[in-house]
Design a protein around this ligand. Sequence first.
Ligand code: SF4
Length: 703
Amino acid sequence: RGDSRVADRTVDSVCPYCGVGCQLTYHVKDDAILFVEGREGPSNQNRLCVKGRFGFDYPRHPSRLTTPLIRRPGVAKGLDPDFDPAQPLTHFVEASWDEALDLAAGGLADLKAAHGPDALAGFGSAKCSNEEAWLFQKLVRTGFGSNHVDHCTRLCHASSVAALMECIGSGAVTASFMQALQADVVILTGCNPTVNHPVAATYFKQAARNGTKLIVLDPRGQALDAYAHRSVRFTPGGDVSLYNAMLNVIVSEALYDQTYIDAHTEGFEALKAHVRDLTPEAMSPDCGVEPEQIRELARLYAQAERAMIFWGMGISQHVHGTDNARCLISLALACGQTGRPGTGLHPLRGQNNVQGASDAGLIPMVLPDYQPVGDAQMRSAFEELWNSPLDATPGLTVVEIMNAIAAGTIKGMYILGENPAMSDPDLDHAREALAKLEHLVVQDLFVTETAQFADVILPASSWPEKDGSVTNTNRQVQLGRAAVPLPGEAKPDWWIIQQLANRLGLDWHYTHPREVFDEMKQGMASLDHISWSRLERESSVTYPCPAEDAPGADVVFTDAFPTASGRATFTPTRPLPPDEPIDDDYPTVLITGRQLEHWHTGSMTRRTRVLDDLEPEAVASLAPSELGRLGLSPGETVTIDTRRGSITLKTRADPLMQSGMVFVPFCYLEAAANILTNPALDPFGKIPEFKYAASRLHRAEVA
Ligand code: SF4
């Protein structure tokens, strides 16, 4: 516990960090959170990880924004590396809400009038509630007049969603991670749950203890290796080769489930023909896994009575991320490993509400519930609901928006809770683009790296200060409740969005998020039989839900898939090399990602005392042999170069790393990993290749 004093009240809510969606209770005294405890949620059963348990004091950080800010006239935009929130602001002046909102909306309206709707774009946030995501995308679509709205799903699972939508007609998981407890075999690939989904990892450990065979497939080692029946480290970027070789074995040894294939799928004959030549022997050089081991993995999965596949951003954050996910879906379909307890496909969602924000339409090519913007019938239904014409052209995605700013076509942005000045690939390019914006409105808790580029900064609400629903990786819609008051003049995010909407000519009159949720239910069939009052009563309801008094479906697609034919589709894939293969000049594979104690760009966790004390500085993790090759001891500093830039940081010996690769977390401004990353995009999911960049390492020069 963070504090032994006695609370005067408790408030039940949900963890604001990862997609596991642990339910928790805030213990509050004198309007301050004393400590947090896990409660009996369906995804956590009282458990919390270090972030959920100790990451609650960021809303009271001294640098918390408590009043609107506007840029001082004449002050150039850019990231100030010496920015110190404890010092008096030099680049911004405090403003009243009316001044700030008038300026924020006026700048956007002027750009729209001068250049048209396509001159504006918005980034919403998976850190916000479903209701806030709904309002944000509605504002962009009806107030800005375009579909240029996106959020961090574009940096995490957009490729998984693209493949799932294409192959099975739904972007969400087919079964919860609790189903692992009923599986005979669980494949964990391209994910590191102990670090990124820690409470989900406890279910995988429990399953392994009960006899489930865990198969961990990843270029890096991880803590779950200790629980694994097989742990296989493949060559970075060799995933499509590995999975195709497994499919080849399943086809050549007739391990597939013909009854399931006949009843539920189409395209298997084409897949069979496609993988005929992709033998383990042919694919082994690409993926670095021995042919006999590939055969064993394929047999383990295909011959299991019940098997599940879980994956993370090691799968999705590649130029072949969609192909990776297509392969995993083909494995499940070929072996009939979906639609029953203990079977399924589960992309472990990253942020606490990335599932809900995507469902609510914070995506440029689809309206809420994944209805294509080009579908006239669906568009017409939303036009009627929102009493506004809608654009039929898919909008630009995160990196495409940055490129459009650089090209001068997008000139104004509204960014809520996202931090592209830290999260985007090739940061120098992204930051140059942000500086080029003629008008930028940022709504956040702090003067983030992105807010330093803003014309107007609007002080927002943190999770413990708001009521709202969020949807976790298991499709569980859960209710968060305000536990503490907003500081100073900070406002609820839904209120701020509405104020901007009305200044842009809309006519909104919401008085509480429950009214927004009621409107969402009119446009989202996925929320059928889930009401705000039910969430207040039950805290969590899984969608799809068949009736008001029935539990939601933990396992879906038991009879049919939500496609036109009711069948799922196999999509064959060909191995593709990384966009930027290593070479003699840049011989080391750079992999970026998160670490246990910090979350996304660190805007919250780096302002959390316990978490930042545990991991206060950026480190590059390297295999001991790699450190030896570089002549470095752990703790000495290394410079990492890529074709886009350089960073210098301390080293850490990590026996879980393979030689020839380096891992760097991306939450540290002082050694921002995304200065190095490659902005090349997966052509389908439009997700950058964060999991592979060619780099070179050398001892840092002593200043
Ligand atoms: Fe929060 Fe995720 Fe940790 Fe649960 S596992 S406490 S949701 S960060």
